[in-house]
Design a protein around this ligand. Structure first.
Ligand code: ADP
Ligand code: MG
Length: 261
């Protein structure tokens, strides 16, 4: 089937990026359409987090080549906060703790900023409280977490679930989950996976970065990409993840080396 270009959410072409003068991404090319779940896999140090941070607009990362187009717009021209308002959401591999700011206030500020951006009504504390309580079910989180400082003293699994809660509230067009599955026990993993599955719609897209195949027992991607040496060296369907589990990543590192510039 030939699809319209209009349902392309993210188009990355030959992306080169560096951090502190070291080139990490060496030509990443990727296209994500509405309704798709993409997985990026790869060894530690292959550039996965760098890729996610470049997409979010992290100031430490400098793009030195290539293009990123988000819903037809040059993403590189947008400041990080504008990217977020435009519907890009990044769940961090290591979620930040914000002592002294209650989780509920934090979520409401983020939610209302998005509402304002779209010209929609902002919610007062009372109405927001009601909304957020509905969303707590998605991540099976106890309401007591709303009154605590953002992520402070949260366990690894609780932090990751809190990221999914943010995502459930913000309803991003492009959700990027950077190893949201890492360090989770099986119950937390299932909750995160269910959250992803519940929040995936025909209108949005997910970029799920993971080191492990096990998440893909619960989240079924349309595409699996393998990153090695700052490039995507192989793309396939969900069966590629199983192949990786069986064969490891080494054979692909050789591919990466052979094709490096
Ligand atoms: P992954 O998420 O796949 O494990 P990263 O994107 O975190 O990989 O890292 C890719 C490479 O970039 C690594 O060699 C890492 O040391 C380097 N790198 C990442 N961030 C920085 C930074 N802020 N300063 C220097 N090097 C960095
Ligand atoms: Mg990483």
């Amino acid at each position: 089937m030939i699809r319209e270009n209009s349902d392309v959410i993210l188009s990355v072409q030959d992306l080169v990026a560096e951090v502190e003068g070291t080139e990490i991404l060496k030509g990443v090319t990727l296209k994500v359409r509405a309704g798709e779940i993409h997985t990026v896999m790869g060894l530690n140090g292959s550039g996965k987090s760098t890729f996610s941070k470049v997409l979010a607009g992290h100031p430490d990362y400098t793009v030195t080549g290539g293009t990123i187009t988000y819903r037809g717009q040059d993403l590189l021209e947008l400041e990080p906060e504008d990217r977020a308002r435009a519907g890009i959401f990044l769940a961090f591999q290591y979620p930040l703790e914000i002592p002294g700011v209650s989780n509920l206030d934090f979520l409401r500020v983020a939610y209302n900023a998005r509402q304002a951006h779209h010209g929609h009504e902002e919610l007062d504390a009372f109405d927001f409280d009601e909304l957020v309580r509905d969303k707590l079910d998605v991540v099976k989180m106890d309401a007591s977490f709303l009154g605590r400082s953002v992520n402070e003293g949260f366990s690894g699994g609780e932090k990751k679930r809190n990221e999914i809660l943010q995502m459930a509230l913000l309803e991003p067009t492009l959700a990027i989950l950077d190893e949201t599955d890492s360090g989770l026990d099986i119950d937390a993993l299932k909750i995160v996976a269910e959250g992803v599955n519940q929040l995936a719609t025909p209108d949005n897209a997910m970029l799920v970065i993971t080191h492990y195949q096990r998440l893909l027992n619960y989240v079924v991607p349309d595409y699996v990409h393998v990153m090695a040496g700052g490039r995507i060296v192989r793309t396939g369907g969900k069966e590629l993840a199983l192949e990786l589990e069986e064969r490891g990543y080494e054979w692909l590192s050789d591919v990466a080396e052979a094709t490096a510039r």
